[in-house]
Design a protein around this ligand. Structure first.
Ligand code: EPU
Length: 338
């Protein structure tokens, strides 16, 4: 049975660095820990919440119930066929370390997702993505355990209902499953994804080789330049999703704002660069109380020190209201709010 601690400071456990305390807290290092915790009649009736790397979360000042940090570790090559190698990692593994480990094994496919904060188990929940690649592109299957009764279920890629920054684990099944292990299918034929402008430019500027390792280094360089390091300034990466609108709405906006940045997003739809909208609305580098939108990437909300959930809520609403008023576009926050 894992040790259950009370009144634990979660400030260092969320990358936004919001002041927050957990009423009860335990770390899951083995799947059987769930069964042991459920057998405790007091704990069993509390609400349970799962914490990974805390990099996509907005925490309240007091988290009631039991907060479980997923610390299931391990990574291994589990199989191979003619086309691909299959690798598995525990839900508690650090995502970036896992990506670098696959590269060190000579495996490719995850290099564009280097340096994304968080854990392997959290990656499928919001289908993390960057520079033209998403977790859904290589995720083969995952094994999850129901918090309510310990049921073990394997979700194949299609079962996860992946979409842009979304999956079944953020929708209908939200909060119900502990993701214990994730299996990736990494193709043996290497396809580098360098169409994303910043990456192509960085490969050239830094004279990096056109290999998976070279692309990983280019991604790391670009991210370090553009995105604040949570260890230095609290943040949760992109704070809003890039909104998807009808092509007709994009065309109308474009007529008024010729510099509008957008990308195709399936039939008749376009994705708008939320960072551009927020910058045009005057929020880049602007503060509201102890929080603000980052000076080098307007899509990133930063904690300048001492912020709590209400400060984040106030800024979220202010930015949403201004973008709505200026462009008639609704911005949706990306993190999960507890
Ligand atoms: N832009 C501005 N002003 C800004 C920020 C961006 O005008 O302050 C414009 C840029 O000039 C560019 C466009 O917006 O033309 C896109 O910017 P960027 O390349 O920085 O990417 P993004 O759309 O803002 C998305 C992801 C990032 C991911 C990058 C690279 C979302 C919500 N965010 O950001 O993911 O790293 O693309 O693929 O989809 C994250 O989710 O936490 C994250 C960092």
């Amino acid at each position: 049975m894992p040790q259950v601690l009370t009144d634990i400071d979660l400030t260092p456990r969320n990358t936004l660095g919001l002041a927050a305390r957990a009423a009860h807290y335990a770390e899951i290092t083995e799947v059987s820990d769930l069964t042991a915790l459920r057998a405790d009649t007091q704990l069993a009736v509390m609400p349970w919440r799962l914490l990974g790397g805390g990099s996509n979360l907005v925490l309240p000042e007091v988290v009631e119930g039991l907060t479980l940090r997923v610390a299931l570790l391990g990574r291994r090559i589990v199989g191979e066929d003619e086309q691909a190698v299959y690798v598995a990692a525990g839900g508690g593994e650090n995502w970036h370390d896992f990506v670098q480990w696959t590269l060190a094994q000579g495996l490719a496919g995850l290099e564009n997702l280097s340096l994304i904060p968080g854990t392997v188990g959290a990656a499928p929940i919001q289908n993390i993505g960057a520079y033209g690649v998403e977790v859904k592109d290589t995720l083969f299957e995952l094994t999850a355990y129901a918090l309510a009764d310990g049921e073990r279920r394997v979700f194949r890629n299609a079962d996860c209902r992946f979409a842009y920054r979304d999956s079944i684990f953020k929708q209908g099944e939200a909060g119900r499953w502990l993701i214990g292990e994730v299996v990736f299918r990494l193709p043996k034929a290497v396809t580098l994804h360098t169409v994303y402008g910043d990456i192509e430019a960085e490969l050239g500027a830094a004279a990096l080789p056109r290999t998976p390792q070279g692309v990983a280094q280019a991604v790391i360089n670009v991210r370090r330049r553009k995105l604040p390091d949570p260890a230095v300034i609290g943040n949760a990466g992109s704070f809003f999703k890039n909104p998807i609108v009808l092509a007709a709405q994009r065309d109308a906006l474009l007529a008024e704002h010729p510099a509008l940045v957008s990308y195709p997003a399936g039939e008749g739809r376009c994705k708008l660069a939320a960072g551009w909208l927020i910058e045009q609305a005057g929020w880049k580098g602007r503060r509201l109380g102890p929080v603000g939108m980052y000076e080098r990437q307007a899509l990133v909300l930063v904690n300048h020190g001492g912020a709590v959930r209400n400060d984040v809520a106030a800024l979220t609403q202010a930015v949403q209201a201004e973008v709505q008023q200026r462009f008639g576009v609704a911005l949706e926050a990306e993190p999960v709010w507890w």
